[in-house]
Design a protein. Structure first.
Length: 200
């Protein structure tokens, strides 16, 4: 998705939403729902949960759109910040809930980015990333990880520093680094032994 909207276009969409223009809201949803949903999936227990988060964030966007200031940053940055703040607060309230299950799309996304053991992962995959032994191993590894460790992997894949991750998850940066190293070790073991963990 290309988010290179002009400042004038962003202002036009924001003004239309503040004025209750349905066309502007529809345009906003079409542009930003995919990226918001992607963020939601990192902290959701299933697709229905992610949909609930998406809807809640869209409501918050409508309520707070007047706070968007094109002089301080792009609409994309504003939306991502709003989404992550909501997800952060929701995550911190649910730290004791059951762990995430493994989603094929999550595994595919992480497989494509490969911020870990890149030299050990085959790049011979089809367009959809299906039927790849390495991807199957990655799904298995993600399936047995905690919600926190799984989230840290995605944050690192997105280029977040340990300090930023720690701030987002409410943990120390050193804890985030240790958790990441532990998660990477689990993945490496999966690539070394495909039978180490049975996928759920």
């Amino acid at each position: 998705m290309n988010f290179k909207l002009t400042k004038e276009k962003e202002i036009l969409i924001a003004k239309g939403m503040m004025d209750g223009d349905k066309k502007s809201y529809t345009e906003f949803v079409e542009l930003f729902s995919p990226v918001i949903y992607r963020e939601c999936m990192k902290f959701s227990d299933d697709s229905d949960d992610a949909d609930d988060h998406l809807n809640e964030i869209l409501i918050r966007v409508v309520i707070t759109i007047g706070r968007f200031d094109s002089e301080k940053g792009s609409m994309y940055t504003w939306v991502i910040t709003l989404s992550r703040n909501y997800l952060k607060n929701n995550y911190l309230k649910k730290q004791d809930e059951p762990e995430l299950v493994c989603y094929e799309q999550d595994a595919l996304e992480l497989y494509v980015k490969r911020p870990f053991v890149a030299e050990d992962v085959s790049t011979d995959n089809d367009e959809d990333g299906e039927n790849i032994p390495d991807l199957i191993k990655l799904r298995k590894a993600l399936a047995v990880m905690s919600k926190r460790d799984r989230s840290i992997l995605f944050f690192r894949a997105d280029g977040f520093s340990y300090e930023n991750i720690g701030d987002f998850l409410g943990i120390k940066s050193g804890t985030a680094m240790t958790a990441y190293s532990r998660a990477v070790s689990k993945i490496k073991k999966m690539f070394e032994n495909s039978d180490a963990v049975q996928c759920c």
